[in-house]
Design a protein around this ligand. Structure first.
Ligand SMILES: [Zn+2]
Length: 136
């Protein structure tokens, strides 16, 4: 594996739990046990009903392209060789949105509503990032 030089999540608290599951290729989102709302990014309190009661629930791994931005000039040097690339907001079947990338298409092939499925990218020994590829 070549050295991964891009910024990585800070592995603390709920973020550690989220990426720990990703490392096992098992994407989960938090679901409020008071109002059943899913949420992401991980946090202690439900933004819908303010409850602190929740559980991790396995994601279907399916979503669609909600929107994206094409980066032509990277703002961080570690991403400069990737440009142009698209940062994609994926709307998951659970209703949460996840910022990621689509690994099997170029920015001009993206379409709003394009069906996607989860894939995993083990960027370091400890961190696996959720990515997406075209579905169907
Ligand atoms: Zn709630």
């Amino acid at each position: 594996m070549t050295e991964y030089t891009k910024p990585l999540p800070v592995m603390e608290g709920l973020v550690r739990e989220f990426y720990g599951r990703c490392q096992k290729e098992d994407l989960h989102f938090q679901k409020c046990t008071s109002c059943d709302a899913f949420r992401h990014v991980p946090r202690e309190m439900c933004p819908e009903c303010n409850s602190f009661e929740w559980q991790w629930v396995r994601s279907t791994g399916r979503g669609t392209v909600y929107t994206w931005v094409v980066v032509n000039r990277a703002l961080h040097p570690a991403f400069s060789r990737d440009a142009p690339y698209a940062d994609v907001v994926v709307e998951m079947e659970e209703g949460v949105r996840l910022l990621s990338t689509v690994v099997d298409c170029t920015p001009d092939e993206l379409e709003i509503g394009m069906p996607l499925e989860l894939t995993y990218d083990a960027v370091t020994e400890d961190i696996t990032l959720p990515r997406f590829k075209r579905r169907g």
